[in-house]
Design a protein around this ligand. Sequence first.
Ligand code: NAD
Ligand code: WQD
Length: 349
Amino acid sequence: MTKQKVLVTGGAGYIGSHACVELLEAGFEVVVVDNLSNSKPESLARVQKITGKTLSFYQTDIRDHAALTDIFAKEAPDTVIHFAGLKAVGESCEQPLLYYHNNVYGTLVLVEVMTAANVKQLVFSSSATVYGESSSPQYSEHFPLGAINPYGRSKAMIEDILRDLSAADHKNQVQNPWKIALLRYFNPIGAHSSGLIGEDPNGIPNNLMPYIAQVAIGKLSQLSVFGDDYPTPDGTGIRDYIHVVDLVKGHLKAITALNGDKFKDGACNAYNLGAGRGYSVLEMVHAFERVTGKTINYKISPRRAGDLAECFANPELAWQELDWKVEKNLDDMVADTWHWQTLNPMGYV
Ligand code: NAD
Ligand code: WQD
């Protein structure tokens, strides 16, 4: 079988660049479409340096219907991994239309172009943030959805659109039905072991791990721990952190599944990508101190609005249906974050 060609939207970004490395190393041809609104072309240069292989890059907005149509005509990909999107929860509350336009409308254009090109295999970057309130901190795919901010709702809306697309094909018994994996990520952290690619947030990081790394390297003076009065063993919030390389390997497994029996009549299935266990904020701080030998200056601050006490994945469906499990541990995640941070103290500049 000739190797497949994968079109990666948002491939210059944090998770997308790691996916490009794994795809190239597995022998796929890779085409990246990214408008560089939250990334730099240097990430793709580094991907090629790590792998010794080349990819095709189009600096294009996925909302540009005509340009995207041309790319599909020229490249004829077999599968799409769709990472392109805006992802800052706070910003999405300030500018909801920007988020709905970029994320929801962008996906609509993408699937219209894919339909016209008869490319109907899609792996979508969803998020644990689509889940609603639950009595259990361990989330399974069948739990009720109920995102609480515009970013999360944009992901939930896209999931609905993709499920509807798949259902319509099923109803109409079309010959080449949509095959879609909705991958619900928990908390991706870490970096490629080369230290050449990693997370390069704009301005002050919103997320815990890049914040800790910037305190450790002296770019930020102090971490605020958002709340120590949660009903958890040490009072701080618990999350399911997952190494970005484990995460992107889940995407390759999803492509294999889309090509297999489970999806042969078309389907749109959601899978949690998480480790299935959580660490508290203070456990993350202490792990960082232990692995790097640095002291992390922190203070206890009030809770952050919208935060849950505890959230981690039930990853059993991905184990069973994608044959995927995390392989890396907390020390790997911390060591690789630190390696990237120390080699690139200013990110990609
Ligand atoms: P990122 O910002 O590093 O990467 C997203 C990429 O998409 C960027 O390179 C950006 O330039 C590009 N992009 C954005 N809008 C675009 C558009 N309209 N057209 C073309 N390119 C566009 O983010 P990431 O952390 O790599 O996240 C990738 C995906 O995973 C996103 O969809 C995000 O919502 C989702 N996700 C991320 C996390 C996380 O914690 N990082 C968790 C769950 C889900
Ligand atoms: C983790 C823990 C904080 C920063 C977010 C998005 C979610 C998803 C992943 C895309 C929490 C605490 C954090 C800090 C802290 N993204 N914290 N001080 O909130 O689980 O998820 O990123 O889909 O949609 O909401 O991740 O890294 O922001 O926080 O104490 O400076 O660290 O309260 O307990 P979160 P996070």
